[in-house]
Design a protein around this ligand. Structure first.
Ligand code: NAD
Length: 354
């Protein structure tokens, strides 16, 4: 067949200019006559529900890992999803292999995650309309504890990213159950909440999301702390572009961003934006990029707060959280952050008994 496309740009009968463009920022090398992306390592996603499966798909499509492992307790579900994802490889043009593994109540099957550099815990129930994240605490604590103990046994060197809700408490519990150093256990919430805030501001002003910079700190719940003073559009302070009441309205919508999706879906909670957030965090760890992201991290002295997992901005790399990066806050934002810390501190202390 003569299409004018050089052989080296063909793969599996398809040629993939899009895949080449999409991968343009990744390390590449020529192998024989084929242009290949350098991929390495293993990342595991525990829980193959909506959040877990979309995260696994995003990680696989990055094409930077050798293997993505997806596990669940529902017999055949992770294997079926992995097979399906692998069959998308020739179309989307990625080589990462997805391995599905059912796990048993006594840790059977966890050998599949051995050697993982990153483990993302998504196992647990999502909210139903009208529920708060805190309503999930007892059920999800049992699940997260059992999963974390198996992660510690089979992937003792991994960086753990927790997403199960209630997020701040489940992150603290995963650290207790794994006994990993606190920098190697973090939670995903701030990336998502910040993305929601950015989206709402961009929609309100009719500007590209890329021109908007926002920030949320605090907890992934009622004491979420959106930080309007750190928000800009094309470098201009948000307060110069929108009246205070409108900013407050967007802040409230951000705080209720998860519930808004839950109410519309009626069963289950959001997963497209959440999975994008967790996958980006895993990528920053894998690439040891030093990217600064809003995450749930252990705070020890920053902002005058100590001894609690809290939503803050942190630099991510191979060792998980390299350091918490403090942001300039107004007095009222700092007070709200301290209030959030006290609210989650009490719950994080209780969680060790669940
Ligand atoms: N942090 C965030 O920003 C954020 C955002 C959205 C959802 N969430 C949370 O993520 C979690 C997952 O959400 P979802 O939409 O994927 O729910 P889901 O119901 O679609 O999937 C959960 C999966 O976990 C599995 N599971 C249960 N116990 C397990 C165990 N012991 N080991 C392995 N797998 C197990 C279930 O079989 C199911 O497939 C929920 O707790 C939800 O509240 C967090």
């Amino acid at each position: 067949m003569s299409t004018g496309v050089p052989n080296r740009f063909r793969r599996c009968g398809l040629w993939y200019p899009q895949a080449l463009q999409w991968n343009a920022r990744q390390p590449h090398k020529w192998i024989g006559r084929t242009f290949q992306v350098a991929r390495s390592g293993k990342v595991a996603v525990i829980g193959a529900g909506f959040y877990g499966s979309t995260t696994a798909q995003r990680l696989a499509e990055y094409d930077i890992f050798e293997t993505v492992v997806l596990t669940d307790i529902i017999e055949g579900k992770p294997e079926g999803l992995a097979l399906d994802m692998n069959q998308s490889r020739p179309i989307e043009g990625f080589e990462t292999k997805v391995v599905g593994q059912t796990t048993g109540p006594n840790g059977e099957g966890y050998e599949a995650i051995a050697g993982s550099e990153i483990v993302i815990i998504t196992a647990g129930l999502p909210r139903k309309p009208g529920m708060s994240r805190m309503d999930l605490i007892e059920t999800n604590a049992k699940i997260v504890r059992q999963v974390s103990e198996n992660v510690a046994r089979h992937a003792p060197d991994a960086v753990v990213i927790v997403v199960s809700n209630p997020l701040d408490e489940m992150t603290a519990l995963a650290q207790i159950a794994t006994q990993f150093p606190k920098n190697r256990v973090m939670g995903q919430a701030g990336m998502l909440d910040t993305a929601r805030f950015t989206h709402f501001v961009a929609e309100e002003l009719g500007v590209p999301v890329a021109s908007v910079k926002t920030l949320t700190l605090g907890s992934h719940g009622d004491t979420m702390v959106p930080v309007p003073s750190a928000c800009t559009v094309d470098g201009k302070p948000l307060s110069e572009l929108l009246p205070a009441e409108k900013i407050e309205e967007l802040v409230t919508r951000t705080r209720n961003g998860g519930a808004e999706v839950v109410a519309l879906l009626k069963t289950g909670s959001a997963y497209y934006a959440p999975s994008a957030a967790a996958a980006r965090m895993a990528r920053a760890v894998h690439e040891d990029s030093g990217a600064v992201m809003p995450v749930c991290a252990w705070v020890e002295g920053e902002y005058g707060i100590s001894g609690v997992y809290l939503g803050v901005t942190a630099e991510l790399g191979k060792e998980g959280v390299k350091r918490v990066v403090e942001t300039q806050l107004t007095d009222s934002e700092l007070a709200a952050l301290k209030e959030a810390a006290e609210a989650v501190r009490a719950k994080q202390a209780d969680v060790q008994h669940l």
